[in-house]
Design a protein around this ligand. Structure first.
Ligand code: SF4
Length: 207
């Protein structure tokens, strides 16, 4: 059975591939389409990590290597509170459309592996897309293999990213560290002021 597996990054692919290989006769193609990943060096690093993993394991990979900064930001700006839903929809709709147009018999996503993603939102969206495009969605709660995936990615020396993907998640991931550092400073020359508001609404942890 041909499955198109939307893949957010190499580390998140390890366990789903392992699971699918042991649970059935799946012909897996990984599909990398993630215009949410910023900045460019990070985007490049994640693709390179995934390419190495696929070369090493013999997994077929279709990778959109266009850096999607503009497309992603145009959709999210002024809708930051809903950015994760917009982000999932952008990535998964393209995946399902590709699967349908290229005769895959089903699709799924490695986003279902992460403990930090909104699992139920992703699951519901996938079922809705499956109905809209008339193609089966293969659901499995890949989070069951969370530690196994971490162990596999560390053992193979993979780059493991420290934040979800977009610049908002990068800022939130490191903001607390900076705030802590500034709180501790006794230097009277450092004047701390804030002229803007920050809204936290997404996943600031790594995958
Ligand atoms: S936090 Fe992650 S899921 Fe949410 S918008 Fe950013 S990259 Fe997408």
């Amino acid at each position: 059975m041909k499955i198109l597996l939307h893949t957010c990054c190499g580390p998140c692919l390890t366990y789903p591939v392992d699971f699918l290989h042991t649970s059935g006769d799946w012909d897996i193609t990984a599909f990398f389409y993630n215009p949410n990943i910023h900045p460019y060096q990070e985007f490049k690093r994640r693709i390179e990590t995934l390419v190495s993993f696929c070369e090493h394991t013999g997994i077929r990979l279709i990778a959109d290597k266009e850096y999607g900064l503009q497309e992603f930001m145009r959709r999210v700006v002024f809708h930051e509170q809903k950015r994760c839903s917009i982000c999932y929809s952008l990535r998964l709709r393209s995946t399902v459309a590709y699967a349908k147009a290229n005769d895959f018999s089903s699709f799924s996503t490695t986003l279902l592996y992460s403990r930090y993603q909104r699992h139920d939102t992703i699951k519901q969206l996938c079922y809705a897309l499956a109905e809209e495009f008339d193609i089966p969605f293969v659901y499995h709660d890949f989070r069951a293999g969370w530690q196994q995936g971490i162990d596999l990615s560390i053992a193979s020396g993979m780059y493991r990213q420290p934040y979800c993907g977009c610049i908002y998640s990068e800022q939130e991931r490191y903001d607390n560290r900076l705030k802590k550092r500034l709180r501790k400073t006794k230097n009277p020359l450092i004047i701390q002021e804030s002229h803007g508001k920050h809204h936290s609404s997404g996943n600031n942890e790594h995958t």
